[in-house]
Design a binder for this molecule. Structure first.
Ligand SMILES: N=C(N)NCCCC[C@H](N)C(=O)O
Ligand SMILES: O=C(O)CCC(=O)C(=O)O
Ligand SMILES: [Fe+2]
Length: 329
């Protein structure tokens, strides 16, 4: 459960990264220290920054710079990869097309999902079937994003080994049936600055993305430098800022990890408000369970919660499809 945290901790995960392939990593004292810090952050806030993650800073920056270039293009150009239900909800959505709790969000985005081939998950997967729609301009966009997705997938797996150690006492508890064939989502997002959104009165009250939780296991947020816009809700309802810290990712727990941990970890509510005059981009990578995974509370987590089971079984793909089908106007 979240607490009244006032700030979001920064965790140096380099021991987890270094010992990833070490069969005895669970006995390593530096790994154990990171596991403790992760566990504490997940219990208290459901949010933390990671440094020492090993993804090159040049790539993290390049991803943001190409994202700016794409959103700078004329609307007609962006529409060439328009998101539709027929395209498996993959592609470009205009400003206000995504809705959160019934209210249009002041962001535009490209949504990408791991490929689902026809028939792969039967009726469960049908709505999301398809390949991603990548823009031809800027050149190299697809290649760069795919490289980035690969590295984010590897990194998430490393962090989840730490979390699996904390919750289940074994490094691979979140692999196999739960996430051995992990699904992923990438949202490439742009939030106009306060004065540039057309027809807005400069009150700066427009919500870039309304309060929500993420759907899967773990999110890696790569946000623009110099703009504080992401806010995280603590137990008493205060919004705590998560300012960009160069060289880090903001990480947060998703709904499926909340279920698996029997609520020991919460998928914390968060929102985005860009009150700056500058256009802000964010690339959010979501590491999710296997598309057809049935996720339920882990026995040991139920024991640690006084023997009370706090959630039933949820099939990840159903949860995602339910969200996606109600997220758009
Ligand atoms: N794949 C993820 N987690 N996307 C987060 C989007 C949150 C906004 C969405 N309209 C909603 O209400 O969920
Ligand atoms: O823009 C951000 O900083 C976070 C975006 C987010 O929360 C999401 O896409 O789920
Ligand atoms: Fe989010």
């Amino acid at each position: 459960m979240a607490t009244d945290f006032k700030s979001i901790p920064i965790i140096d995960i380099s021991p987890l990264v270094a010992k990833f392939r070490d069969p005895d990593m669970a006995q390593d004292p530096t790994v154990c220290e990171v596991v403790k810090e992760l566990d504490r952050a997940c219990r208290e806030a459901g949010f933390f920054y990671v440094k020492g993650h090993g993804i090159p800073d040049s790539l993290i920056k390049e991803v943001k710079s190409l994202t700016h270039k794409f959103f700078d293009l004329p609307y007609e150009e962006k529409l060439k990869i328009k998101m539709t239900a027929a395209a498996g909800y993959r592609g470009y959505q205009r400003l206000g097309e995504n809705i959160t709790k019934g209210i249009p969000d002041m962001h535009e985005a490209i949504d990408c999902y791991r490929e689902i081939k026809a028939g792969m998950y039967g009726d469960l997967g049908k709505p999301m079937e398809g390949c991603n729609q990548w823009p031809l301009d800027p050149p190299n966009f697809k290649q760069l994003m795919e490289e980035y997705i690969g590295l984010c997938t590897d990194l998430s797996r490393k962090i989840l080994r730490g979390i699996a150690l904390a919750l289940a006492g074994s490094v691979d508890a979140l692999e196999g049936e739960i996430a051995g064939d992990a699904f992923w989502v990438l949202r490439i997002i742009g939030y106009p600055g306060v004065s540039s959104a057309e027809g807005q009165d400069l009150t700066g009250n427009d919500i870039g993305c309304g309060a929500h939780t993420d759907y899967g296991l773990l999110t890696l947020v790569n946000q623009d430098d110099g703009i504080t816009a992401l806010q995280v809700r603590n137990l008493s309802g205060e919004w705590i800022s998560a300012p960009p810290i160069p060289g880090t990712f903001v990480c947060n727990i998703g709904d499926m990890l909340k279920i698996w941990s029997n609520g020991l970890y919460d998928s914390t509510l968060h929102r985005v408000i860009n009150n700056y005059p500058k256009y802000r981009v964010c690339i959010a990578y979501f590491y999710e369970p296997n598309f057809d995974a049935a996720v339920e509370p882990l026995e040991i987590c139920i024991k640690r919660s006084g023997g009370i089971r706090k959630a039933g079984k949820a099939v990840y793909g159903e949860h995602l499809v339910g969200k996606v089908q109600t997220n758009f106007v």
